[in-house]
Design a protein around this ligand. Sequence first.
Ligand code: C6P
Length: 407
Amino acid sequence: MNVEKIRKDFPILKRKDDGKQLIYFDNAATSLKPEAVLDEVVDYYSRYTANIHRGVHKLSQEASEKYEMAHRKVAKFINAKHDEIIFTRNATESFNLLMYGLYNQKYFSEGDEIIISAMEHHANIVPWQFLEKNAGVKLVYAELNEDFTLNMDDYREKISPKTKLVSMTHISNTVATITPIKEIGKIAKDAGALFAVDAAQSIPHMKLDVKDINADFLAFSGHKMLAPTGIGGLFGKKELLERLPPFMFGGDMILSVERHSSEWNDLPHKFEAGTPHIAGGIGLGAAVDYLSKIGMDEIRSHEKEILEYALDRVNGIEGITVYNPMDAEKQGGIVLFSAKEIEAHDLALALDESANVAIRSGMHCAEPLVSSLNPKGLDRASFYLYNTKEEVDVFAEQLEKIVKTLG
Ligand code: C6P
């Protein structure tokens, strides 16, 4: 993989502030966008802007075809069928779609249980809390081991005939643990539960195959995988999506409408009510093309190299604590850390101001876990295909200086 060549595809990487080159280590929050994606978005707005599925004119035909093609590209990317991919705004909306669908389907009964892990993002916690309040469902947490890996014994002990859904992250956005998702799924299916995967942090970084992991549902966001913000997706097995009622109603999701009743459209349109983010969808298609051309295995192995180097450098700094499995085989490209005596936001601000290094600080939308590790929040550096060891050097040297002066 030629990282120098890849870097040239990302115009924002030319950015300097006060003469200092931008070092973007906030990829778990959102990724940068390559020219190939930006061009597709501009092309839609400048050459063939039109609503989709609503016009017989050339522009509408072209936009509709591109938008449909994007569904096919995403489907192929994760080995799904094209009508098993629903475009949503983001992973959060995908989980809400799933939750409301199951709720309206009356899938859950009082006393049923949903198992998630202790390292979930709020998007895979809060929707299920709605069911605790409104459907009498109990939310059960599978705990972590001391090294931040998932405690599989705890998960196995907690799964029971009462478990109706297991919804688990594939890669944590904080401690970065990669969960044994295929095994988790098998245990869930053997217990007769539905199995949903939060792939927001895995789909941008590694090869994913929904058939291989036997996911019933899988949620992701486009903006973490080089696509624009405001576009994401939910994969669902066709037979399950056909049974699931829609949660948004209006144009395009219907086949016919009478005064007092309507007939739902085919998949995936049944779940895509109203005018969607057309440019975003087309941009997501371009992002998938870009990632596929480079190769997901190449991206994963580059990130492993950067991660190992970064873990080593950061962990070696006196006064820094790292909260990760510390093994590139067991975790994604994230270093979660804190510096003794320095508040998380102060440290992130100091890195930004002194060396133009962008990292994230705070609760990372995973408050139950992060607040248990440090009630004042943590810092997180997260990597992607365009990051380099030289950038890690600047970051680590600056981090060390800041810890010495502020700590
Ligand atoms: N995590 C982060 O900085 P949305 O916001 O809907 O695009 O993605 C939600 C989401 C769901 N699951 C996981 C594992 C995630 O990491 C995220 C988004 C970002 O960690 C923004 S909070």
